[in-house]
Ligand binder design. Structure first.
Ligand SMILES: Cc1cc2nc3c(=O)[nH]c(=O)nc-3n(C[C@H](O)[C@H](O)[C@H](O)COP(=O)(O)OP(=O)(O)OC[C@H]3O[C@@H](n4cnc5c(N)ncnc54)[C@H](O)[C@@H]3O)c2cc1C
Length: 154
């Protein structure tokens, strides 16, 4: 969710529908087979708990409730669970922002093409990366670039 938010946040008003595959490493047939085996092995298990241990318990419960215990439909839903995105947590909760000063408006040393002597580094530039330290790395690396350029000047 965190990672895809950067692709969909600016499209929410246009309506974004997601289809989530909760088990990308297994085919629908394999999931159905697992469910059938489980039902046969544990006939006393409530339908709502058939997906326990296969997907997140809450997801499993919702899937089974929606399909009324139909295993074929349950397997389909696990592979393509539809969700409509209704909003994002917004700027206050954002970990990184898209947009900012266009990279086309700065030199390789990150100096403004319009205002001599004005340098930019980090998130104020229109650069954002996925989770995993890429944004901090960009902040450090771009700051280093600017520092080196300033050093060269003196
Ligand atoms: C909760 C959270 C978690 C994050 N986790 C990760 C992560 O795990 N990995 C990752 O790569 N990135 C992460 N990020 C993103 C990353 O922290 C930022 O992309 C990065 O810190 C940007 O660095 P920056 O120096 O450009 O800006 P900032 O770190 O925002 O620094 C800007 C500084 O300018 C100061 N400032 C603002 N206005 C003024 C002013 N008028 N005068 C003087 N000073 C001012 C601010 O107080 C701030 O200290 C996270 C961000 C948040 C909010």
């Amino acid at each position: 969710m965190f990672r895809i938010s950067s692709y969909i946040t600016d499209k929410i008003n246009a309506g974004v529908r997601l289809l989530i595959d909760f088990l990308p490493q297994f085919s629908k047939g394999e999931i159905l087979e697992a469910l059938q085996r489980k039902r046969a092995a544990f006939p006393e298990l409530p339908d709502g708990e058939l997906l326990f241990g296969i997907v997140n318990n809450q997801v499993g419960r919702v899937v089974m409730k929606r399909v009324g215990g139909d295993l074929q439909q349950a397997a389909s839903l696990v592979k393509a669970f539809p969700l409509t995105v209704t909003g994002s947590l917004g700027f206050d909760y954002a970990q990184v922002t898209k947009g900012g000063i266009s990279m086309t408006e700065v030199t390789e040393d990150l100096e403004s093409r319009f205002v001599k002597g004005l340098y930019f580094a980090g998130e104020i530039l229109d650069v954002d990366g996925p989770c995993g330290g890429f944004n901090l790395q960009w902040a450090y690396s771009s700051a280093m670039r600017v520092a080196k350029a300033l050093n060269k000047k003196d």
